[in-house]
Design a protein around this ligand. Structure first.
Ligand code: SAH
Length: 438
């Protein structure tokens, strides 16, 4: 009998768009995926969490004019899992709320493929929240109803509008942009007061979120005037009137900004976190990456003879990392660095050195190469005057490093060794369209 390892499928909800609303479990599962099958509603910030080596299958892509048909998606999931892969099926919002998660699961069960469901934050509740609309409020309603607006014959009894009106609850319609005029008309025909507050909320939880708040008598016309497009959700109920007092997301300092962070992936997180704290929508699109130079005889030689140097000057945390990593690989005891003084170009590099348990001897007042070179030159000249030996500085840094750092040392005729330990290269394009409509 064939003994093939069976894979597993995780049906994962990605939330409405803001990566902060993606669940911890979803992120953990995604980071371990070998195959990721995703569709249109999953935001670039979340797609950025997919491991680079993972196979990415975009089934929301419009090829011709249709996205990949459901039966083909089911087939992809089954095939990849049967090949032993860890497959993540990533969907906008929650996978079981108008996400066709149930249909995919039927197919997965038919083939006895193991699976897990990771629920997501649904747009039906979170998008109103990002507009200051609580979907229930004790003063206004005692239920909330989530309804698809994407029914072929909306007028023909697919939706029981009189029952919805009678319930008095908040009504949330998904996929309803095209049928907004029909929805409003049906509600009025079923007896709803045309003055009932209503809202349409476009691209919620992103930097581009927009809302039109009106009443069901006028919402369709006003949405049309504003040019509202999918994805958007429609909320009907008195709670909509609270948006005026409770709106908040777009009022944050960077609430309307979408910012691309192009730093190498391993160095973008601090900046991303700061921007997000101020409300920005951040997409990490690394344009460069840094790689350690592996076969590096000059570095090995310098480390073996580290006692010959009086200074080591670093211009980036990556240089610090490469230096200490090689030291460990060569099994050189850190105590061999005892006589060495350390200089850092700025606070991040200083921190990287201090994390190794070494206090930094020199950081220039201005954090750049020129200032570092000048400060080093001053200190080394002083030392030269007070000693018979000429000090040497080792500079482990990028292959193409700034001349500005070297120039003051040259001018002072000091001894230095400019030592490339890493290279900067263009980051490979990973096939995902980050830029979407905006
Ligand atoms: N499973 C998803 C819904 C899928 S149906 C969920 O739980 O959120 C797709 C519809 O969801 C869209 O037509 C739109 O009505 C709504 N939607 C999803 N994300 C949205 C967003 N960021 N802003 C506004 N509407 C959104």
């Amino acid at each position: 009998m064939e003994n093939r390892k069976l894979g597993k499928v995780w049906l994962v909800g990605a939330g409405p768009s803001d990566p902060g609303l993606f669940t911890l479990k979803g992120k953990t599962v995604l980071e371990q995926a070998e195959v990721v099958v995703f569709d249109n509603l999953v935001s670039g910030s979340i797609l950025a969490m997919i491991p680079r080596e993972a196979k990415k299958i975009d089934v929301g892509k419009i090829s011709g004019s249709h996205p990949v048909p459901q039966n083909e998606i089911n087939q992809i999931l089954v095939e990849e899992a049967m090949n032993g892969k860890r497959v993540v099926r990533l969907k906008g919002g929650d996978p079981f709320l108008f996400g066709r998660g149930g249909e995919e699961l039927e197919e997965i069960c038919k083939h006895n493929i193991p699976f897990e469901i990771v629920p997501g934050v649904t747009s039906a509740i979170s998008v109103p929240a990002y507009h200051g609309i609580p979907v229930t409020h004790r003063d206004f309603c005692s239920s909330v109803h989530i309804i698809t607006g994407h029914t072929k014959n909306l007028e023909r009894a697919d939706i029981d509008f009189p029952a919805l009106v009678k319930s008095g609850g908040t009504l949330v319609f998904l996929m309803g942009v095209a049928s907004l005029p029909v929805i409003c008309r049906e509600l009025i025909d079923a007896g709803m007061d045309p003055a009932m507050p209503a809202a349409i909320l476009e691209r919620g939880t992103t930097a581009h979120q927009r809302r039109v708040v009106s009443d069901i008598g006028n919402l369709a016309e006003e949405a049309e005037k504003a040019g509202i497009q999918a994805p958007a959700i429609i909320v009907v109920g008195k709670v909509c009137s609270l948006a005026e007092a409770f709106h908040w997301a777009e009022d944050r300092p960077l609430g309307k900004m979408k910012i691309m962070v192009t730093r190498p992936k391993d160095r973008s997180s601090d900046l991303t976190a700061k921007l997000q704290e101020l409300g920005a929508e951040v997409v990490e699109v690394p344009t460069i990456e840094t790689e350690r130079i592996l076969e590096n005889e000059t570095l090995d030689e310098a480390l073996e003879n580290i006692g010959d140097y009086q200074w080591a000057a670093f211009t980036s945390p990556f240089g610090v990392k490469a230096f200490f990593r090689r030291l460990a690989e060569l099994k050189i005891d850190i105590r061999k660095l005892a006589g060495l003084k350390f200089a850092a170009i700025g606070s991040a590099t200083q921190k990287a050195i201090e994390e190794k348990g070494i206090l930094v001897d020199l950081v220039p007042e201005t954090y750049d190469g020129k200032a570092l070179g000048e400060a080093l030159a001053r200190r080394m000249l002083e030392e030269e005057e007070n000693s018979d030996d000429r000090p040497i500085v080792l500079i482990p840094r990028a292959k193409i490093g700034s001349e500005e750092l070297i120039r003051p040392l040259e001018e002072a005729e000091l001894l230095y060794e400019d030592l490339p330990v890493y290279e900067t290269a263009e980051a490979p394009y990973d096939g995902i369209n980050w830029y979407d409509e905006s």
